[in-house]
Design a protein. Structure first.
Length: 199
């Protein structure tokens, strides 16, 4: 089976990054909960909209190595790379909209290498696809003839352009997203791993 996996907030978890970088820049105080949503809410309440956009650029770029690989993802690779073909397919602009002009594509590749995701590192050009537009991301799933695609965003999974045969999984670790009909929803990589054993 060919399986495509989103990158941001699906493989890479940025909760600690948003908190640590915002705290370092003095955009929040230490009483803010250490997750992306709480940081965003705190900054938006203070009308710090541009600052939050800059923060996103820092977290996904210059400060990307603060992010963590989601718990259970290493085991997912270990148990599936011999049985299935795995791909990373991400929609990502090349540079932040405002702020530091770090190459976000290179930052993502640095994260993959730094975190020793060897299955992907050993064949980056065949296994990792960083697309500039959402539509190109969906097109890539079709070109790769995917049987399954995993993403944290319902709006991506609900877009037109997927092959009819491509099953979809919503990765929702915070259990906050509404799943769409015909889309399976799981809150951990362990649960996804268990599901794959029966399909």
């Amino acid at each position: 089976m060919k399986i495509g996996i989103d990158f941001d907030n699906t493989i890479a978890c940025y909760d600690n990054s948003f908190y640590e970088v915002a705290l370092k820049e003095k955009w929040i105080n230490s009483s803010t909960k250490p997750n992306k949503q709480s940081v965003k809410q705190s900054m938006h309440r203070k009308k710090m909209f541009d600052e939050f956009t800059i923060l996103q650029g820092l977290v996904y770029g210059k400060e990307i190595l603060r992010a963590k690989v989601f718990e259970g993802f290493y085991k997912f690779i270990q148990e599936n790379y011999k049985k299935h073909e795995l791909f990373i397919i991400s929609h990502k602009t090349k540079y932040p909209i405002i702020g530091d002009k770090t190459n976000l594509h290179q930052a993502a590749l640095d994260f993959i290498k730094f975190n020793r995701l060897h299955y992907f590192v050993n064949s980056l050009h065949k296994r990792v696809f960083l697309e500039l537009k959402k539509e190109e991301k969906i097109k890539r799933t079709k070109l790769l003839d995917l049987d399954l695609f995993i993403d944290d965003l319902p709006e991506i999974l609900g877009m037109n352009g997927f092959l009819n045969k491509t099953k979809k999984i919503l990765f929702d670790p915070n259990k906050k997203e509404e799943s769409l009909p015909h889309i399976k929803k799981f809150s951990s990589w362990g649960d996804i791993n268990n599901y794959l054993k029966y399909i």
